[in-house]
Every structure is written in structure tokens, then in C-alpha cells.
Write a protein that binds this ligand. Structure first.
Ligand code: ZN
Length: 170
């Protein structure tokens, strides 16, 4: 995030990062929905209230703002020049908490996928969303105890096609 923002703009940015139904989140949800995936939002039963929960795939998706969660090496994560120490500590705590949440979920047998906001910018969006579907189908097969490499390509097409037409509650 550039440091050219006025305090008011920055405040607006910070508060929007925390709000639910942020645009990147809606983008991912709409994409999953249109591909036949059904999910829960902000499940309070799980550590860290994951943004999107796909129970059938035993997968939690976190959509992280690059500044707030401190995306390493990302141009949207620039430490503000004023109040530097405060922001550095704040982001460090968020990152630590993210790591702990992920660890808890993984111990509980959940897959965790983090999608960074910058990966949903127009130029990267298609690739990000396609690889998300790819990961989900891998997790699905893994959950059924099938290695994706053991089955014929035709079977995969059939199973994926069938799956996308199946309505289910997750
Ligand atoms: Zn980023």
C-alpha cells in the first residue's frame, strides 16, 4: 500500500479490510458457486472463522488482504512511514495468528488455502481461480483415498462433471 494516503483514506482502507463481504471474497464465492461448489461462510465452529468452508473437500479458504496480513514481497504490503512500529507489530501479530489458525485447522484434518488479494487482481485472477479448482479436486480425491495419478483421465472428467452437478449442503 503506498504511503501517499491521507489518514482518512488509510482509516477507510483499514476498516474495509476487516469488513465481511469484501469484494475479493465475493469474487471467489461467485466463481465457486458458478462452478457448482457449495460452501459455508465464516464458520464460527472452526478456528479463525475461515472466509469460505467447503466441508465436502475438507477445505478452508482464507482471502487475505495483502497489507493487513503482511503479504511477503508484495507491492501492496508497504509499511506506513508514520506510526511504523505500530503497524509492524500489528501485522506481525496478524501473521502469527494466521499461522496458528492454519496449524490448528491442519491438525483437525482441514486443508487450508490462502488467496491473497493481489492474486485476484484482473491480470492474475483467472490463473488464481483455476488453480483453486485444481487444488480442490486434488483434495477431493485425496479425501476418497484415491491418488489422482492412479486413475484414467476419462474417469477424472466423468467424476468432476458429475460432481459439479451434484447439489449438496456443506
Ligand atoms: Zn499481495
Amino acid at each position: 500500500m503506498p504511503d501517499r494516503l491521507t489518514p482518512e483514506q488509510r482509516h477507510k482502507n483499514m476498516s474495509s479490510i476487516h469488513s465481511r463481504n469484501t469484494k475479493p471474497e465475493i469474487l471467489v464465492r461467485q466463481y465457486l458457486w458458478s462452478h457448482g461448489y457449495r460452501y459455508r461462510l465464516n464458520s464460527k465452529k472452526l478456528p479463525g472463522k475461515p472466509d469460505i468452508v467447503l466441508a465436502k473437500y475438507k477445505t478452508c479458504i482464507f482471502i487475505n488482504g495483502c497489507f493487513w496480513h503482511g503479504h511477503d514481497g508484495c507491492r501492496y504490503y508497504t509499511v506506513p512511514k508514520s506510526n511504523t512500529e505500530f503497524w509492524v507489530n500489528k501485522v506481525a501479530r496478524n501473521r502469527q495468528r494466521d499461522g496458528q489458525v492454519r496449524q490448528k485447522l491442519e491438525i483437525m484434518g482441514w486443508h487450508c488455502i490462502t488467496i491473497w488479494e493481489c492474486e485476484l487482481k484482473k491480470e492474475k485472477r483467472k490463473q488464481t481461480l483455476e488453480s483453486l479448482l485444481d487444488m480442490l479436486s486434488r483434495f477431493y480425491f485425496k479425501g476418497m483415498g484415491i491418488s489422482i495419478y492412479e486413475i484414467q483421465e476419462d474417469d477424472i472428467c466423468f467424476m468432476v462433471a458429475e460432481d459439479s452437478n451434484t447439489q449438496y449442503d456443506s
